[in-house]
Write a protein that binds this ligand. Structure first.
Ligand code: NDP
Length: 448
């Protein structure tokens, strides 16, 4: 697709001139503008009120130094970020990512996507994202604690239960959220729901850990059902072996699928008998080990170095749950050639744009990240509600709400795509449905 609306072409040129170094952010903005072109043509009032200019400019980009001391007494300095993308429909909300690849570009593109994703949940949350180029891998618990305390010593100035509520993402799980929360409480003296993904003993929500993976499967099952299919008896490949991947595996298996492969950033395992998830949980959640250790327990399985090869394994359904740009155009070709008919994204922007186009042209059901993986942030918003009420809901209550939200997202996305003449294009439908709610709120609030 290419932009054809003169106003949007000019707007995109201005966004490019203003963000010359933010490659992924520009790719993301362009892809969203392409999808919402028919919306902009139908709503000239948005153009007149500057809604699109405001939408493409993040409200605030915060960048700071994070000094910390390792166990040997050496000083390290990392860089921290918080991008407060859009607060038209609620407080900024979005995860913190700790990974050496994190740059300002990464956090900006993720915040931009998050605004649309959060809008799709139907809950009152705006978009934000943050993180650092700190690598928690190979660090001791005390080193991770000192880093998190230093990170929060700066971040606390900008966040709060009613202003900006960060959560976990790559490299930020229960351990990191605990250290961050402890430091926030120590500095501010406030016991408030300023972070989500907290431990159950201090304000966390049941099912938050499982929410993104489970939600991905609820969305995907609804998309499959609408096409007369389901997870039952299907062969599934899942990339990653972190939080999203593990719980996507758990739910897909409960829905009757056989998951035959999982990976980490070094390589992937293929177990034609079906991945032993309990074994993966011990390796990843208990020992923080590498996926190749799976073969110590299951020598009959195969291990291959490198990540891309996982997409050459024949499967019916592929669930990318590791990171951005992990499925190239070649990988999409291999998936289609091997009979894969559904790709649904657990990770954020795992499929390159040309790959998405290829999948759609070849009739593959494609569940875009901002819709398919919205279950995590939706459950975070449910955690915020419980914190405000000072109540804890049961696992069944939270899971039922999560399922309802994901089913609803599928129908909103499918209906928006149909209404704007792109039936079956859930990527466009997600951008349109997400944008409309934010745009209406921005329009109502005026130029601010
Ligand atoms: P985790 O850190 O728990 O797991 C990430 C997994 O992806 C690990 O297996 C990791 O391997 C692998 N990985 C990371 N970077 C790369 C890379 N460059 N190449 C290949 N594999 C890689 O993160 P999450 O499971 O929380 O997040 C996964 C994805 O889901 C991300 O895109 C995140 O933004 C998205 N997401 C997460 C949500 C959540 O609730 N957690 C909510 C919505 C989206 P290794 O251990 O070797 O690093």
């Amino acid at each position: 697709m290419a932009l054809s609306n003169a106003y949007l072409i000019d707007l995109m040129a201005r966004v490019e001139a203003r963000n010359p170094n933010d490659k992924q952010f520009l790719i993301t903005v362009k892809s969203v503008l392409e999808s919402i072109e028919p919306v902009v043509e139908k709503h000239p009032e948005y153009v007149k009120a500057g809604v699109l200019e405001l939408f493409c400019e993040q409200e605030r980009v915060i960048k700071f130094r994070v000094p910390w001391i390792d166990d040997a007494g050496n000083v390290h300095v990392n860089r921290g970020y918080r991008v407060q993308g859009n607060s038209a429909i609620g407080p900024y909300k979005g995860g913190l990512r700790l990974h050496p690849s994190v740059t300002e570009d990464t956090v900006k593109f993720l915040a931009f996507e998050q605004t649309l994703k959060n809008s799709l949940t139907g809950l009152p949350i705006g978009g934000g994202k943050g993180g650092s180029d700190f690598d928690p891998k190979g660090k001791s618990d005390f080193e991770v604690m000192r880093f998190c305390q230093s990170f929060m010593t700066e971040l606390f100035k900008y966040i709060g239960a009613d202003t900006d509520v960060p959560a976990g993402d790559i490299g930020v799980g229960a351990r990191e959220i605990g250290y961050l929360y402890g430091q926030y409480k120590r500095i501010t003296g406030l016991y408030e729901g300023v972070l989500t993904g907290k431990g159950l003993s201090y304000g966390g929500s049941l099912v938050r850990t499982q929410a993104t993976g489970y939600g991905l499967c609820y969305f995907t099952e609804e998309m499959l059902n609408a096409a007369g299919k389901s997870f039952k008896d299907q062969t599934v490949v899942i990339s990653g072996s972190g939080n999203v991947a593990i719980y996507a595996n758990e739910k897909a298996t409960q829905l009757g699928a056989k998951v035959v492969a999982m990976s980490d950033s070094n390589g992937y395992v293929y177990d034609k008998n079906g991945i032993d998830l309990a074994c993966v949980k011990v390796i990843k959640e208990v020992r923080r080990g590498r996926i190749k250790e799976y073969l110590d327990v299951h020598p009959e399985a195969e291990y291959h170095e490198g990540c891309a090869g996982i997409w050459t394994i024949p499967c019916d359904i592929a669930l990318p749950c590791a990171t951005q740009n992990e499925i190239s155009l070649d990988s999409c070709k291999a998936l289609v050639a091997n009979g894969c008919y559904c790709v649904s994204e657990g990770a954020n922007m795992p499929t390159v744009i040309e790959g998405i186009e290829y999948l759609q042209k070849n009739g593959v059901l494609f569940g875009p990240a901002k819709a398919a993986n919205a279950g995590g942030v939706a459950t975070s918003a449910l955690e915020m509600s419980q914190n405000s009420e000072r109540l804890s809901w049961t696992a069944e209550e939270v899971d039922a709400k999560l399922k309802g939200i994901m089913v609803n997202i599928y129908h909103n996305v499918a209906n928006a795509a149909k209404e704007y003449g792109m039936e079956g294009n859930f990527e466009a439908g997600a951008n349109i449905a997400g944008f409309l709610k934010v745009a209406n709120a921005m329009y109502a609030q005026g130029v601010c």
